[in-house]
Design a protein around this ligand. Sequence first.
Ligand SMILES: *Cc1c(COP(=O)(O)O)cnc(C)c1O
Length: 509
Amino acid sequence: MLELHHDSAIADRSRPFDRYFLGNSEASQTAYRQAIAASLDVLERHFARLSQPYSGATPAQIADRLAAIDPCPDDPQAIDRILDRVGEAIVRHSVVVSHPRCIAHLHCPPVIPALAAEAIVAATNQSMDSWDQSPAATIAEVRLIQWLCREFGYSTTADGVFTSGGTQSNYMGLLLARDRYARDRYNWCVRDRGLPPEAGQFRVLCSENAHFTVRQGCAQLGLGERSVVTVPCDRDRSMSVDALERAIAELGDRDLLPIAIVATAGTTDFGSIDPLIEIAEIARKYKIWLHVDAAFGGALILSDRYRQNLAGINLADSIAVDFHKLFYQPISCGAFLLRDRDNFDLMKLHAAYLNPETNEKEGIPDLVTKSVQTTRRFDALKLWISLEAIGRVTFGKMIDTTLEIARQTAAAIERHEDLELAHFPTLNTVVFRYLPQRCDRPDEINDCIRRTLINRGIAVIAKTQIEDKTYLKFTLLNPQITIEDLVGLLDTIREIGQAYDRETANFYR
Ligand SMILES: *Cc1c(COP(=O)(O)O)cnc(C)c1O
């Protein structure tokens, strides 16, 4: 065997910047421990002070504090002092994601096992774009993707990749739909030649409640926002199958080309799930790519009680699922799943330095060819550690709990005459508004309620528009929330509304 000379003691030597890089010297490890301990102190103080979901600070107040700090001084500052200041200037004015009244968006409190995983992901800093930057991490991601494919009912022909979230996963679904259509229909390689001449006729169908990233993706893919055809919903706010068939027929009459249907499993406002089985049947009949945006609702696969609501998802050509929503992962963490792995070839590019053609012979997985990112985090580890530490049964229970709380909240809203429920919840969002009997300016009042709640640091809730009317929205992802928390908040909302009513009545008198 070839004898190679290398200095085995090389790693033990102390080096000039040891206090800044994690390694095996004592100076390095001490510095790491001190920095992490200081960040733990800041976090402990932040979470111990859990009385309000937000400090109520205005943008100007926050900017003033930050303006006083020089982000790049000539001389080093002590890490514990810096982090103390970060605690005061930034962490203190962050929304408290675990607070039971921080319920605006699909923005979850992260589970503790994932926070431990984040420390490992960050410190080991593996990059998923080539095997020599992430050997075990690559295999671990592949393993977790296989698990996900099975959970979603895909066969062994499936594959996938971790993404930064639903935006990227939806973009990928549309990209592959577009490119496969051009290849199969016109023998046209979009990657190589750009859009085919017929691209102006390409159309993408989704429900009127689909996420805006469908439009965004189409715009970025050169199809234009106008390529998106919105299909009306039924009364339960899921896509009407009849309307879908009618829309496809109309497109045919006008020589337009439906290249993809995007079904949503969990719309952002209502949690509604489109009828996946029926839509898949239509997609198959007309040979249209079906992408399911399950960014929100995909988590139901872990629930024994509600998994059935996703029936038919395995018939989709591609699926978007987010873990930084109902899977309680720190941002960012999502996945794109593909029923037929060969379709990844549509976006395959070779960079000699990252994924040489010899990889396949050596059994080295190429993740970079399946991603629109190059450098990419090992986010899969967070999900893996969380699933293992919490277990399927408890994970499912947490999800079920949030759905249950949403239903109870909807029922509580219905008991108040001055509150109007927009839609009985399918998942865990609750949309409603304050609407007393004689009310001239309901939009203004509901706007004011939301603003007052955040400005006073009482609650962080969302608003949304339905047919141009302003509604309030709770997104109840946190399984720690109780119905008592929400009943109390509903009372506060009504009080603010009543006070506003009285004041404006005086004003106009
Ligand atoms: C959140 C969400 C998205 C966007 O996902 P990001 O992770 O924010 O990029 C897309 N679709 C639906 C239905 C969502 O809820």
